[in-house]
Design a protein around this ligand. Structure first.
Ligand SMILES: [Zn+2]
Length: 248
């Protein structure tokens, strides 16, 4: 039987992961929430996955063998998205459901192309069996997304129940091995955003003010930079790569 610990890590199944969490990709984005399903103060929905910062058009692969449940555009904000049903899996990572056998689903959202009406670029069809490491499609910023990222999630048993019934696994822990530490906009995060804003300014993009807050203008500047890089085939500016360098 499959074990959750055998699923490919994010480095192994998401090409061009920058090594960081993208916490401004869309409403409620970042790491999985620790509590509220809906926060009226922030007008934010529950977020059942982790947003991994990526560069454009990187290959997204199946983290394990499975059946393609969905491979289509979804109007709920997911954009072009793929859901895999991995079948019965021993949960041997994390705390939730540990020791139990559960049916595990994984999802990749906001895949390329970026608009509904553009030609789809899925490499799989619904109903198809895929093997561990098989190409699903490429990364993008489709649906309710303000910038390039791979929203990746792992859930058990009931992938499309209402939000309050979601039974999500700790996606970040499964794929990166990172211990718990959900981002809440702490000082460390603000410093990172400041560094990024300075790097964007140095590269000739306007992120608004350098204030450590990832607002629409900073997101737009970052997106413009990523799209320029994808269009020209050039690497991201050196200053930005320094900020977003993968951990050693
Ligand atoms: Zn997300």
């Amino acid at each position: 039987m499959k074990k959750l610990s055998e699923f490919l890590t994010i480095h192994e199944h998401v090409e061009f992961w920058t090594g960081t969490i993208w916490y401004a990709g869309h409403c409620g984005s970042g790491r999985q929430p620790s509590s509220a399903k809906y926060d009226p103060a922030r007008n934010a929905r529950e977020h059942n996955g982790t947003d991994f910062a990526v560069h454009a058009r990187g290959d997204l692969r199946a983290p394990h063998d499975g059946l393609v449940r969905y491979a289509r555009w979804q109007n709920n904000g997911a954009g072009h998205a793929v859901t895999l049903n991995h079948g019965d899996t021993l949960i041997d990572v994390g705390e939730r459901f540990r020791g139990e056998v559960r049916r595990v689903y994984t999802r990749h959202l906001h895949m390329s192309p970026d608009k509904k009406w553009q030609t789809k670029s899925f490499k799989v069809r619904e109903g198809q069996q895929v093997v561990r490491g098989q190409l699903l499609g490429t990364s993008g910023t489709s649906g309710a997304s303000a910038g390039l990222h791979d929203h990746c999630e792992a859930v058990v048993d009931a992938p499309y129940q209402p939000a309050y019934k979601h039974m999500n696994l700790d996606t970040e822990l499964i794929y990166t091995g990172a211990t718990k530490g959900y981002w809440g906009g702490g000082e460390q995060d603000m410093q990172m955003v400041k560094d990024m804003q300075q790097a964007l300014t140095a590269a000739g993009y306007n992120p608004g003010s350098i204030d450590g807050i990832w607002g629409p203008q900073t997101a737009a500047a970052f997106e413009a930079m990523c799209k320029d890089a994808a269009r020209t085939g050039n690497d991201l500016p050196h200053a930005v790569v320094q900020v977003y360098a993968p951990p050693a």
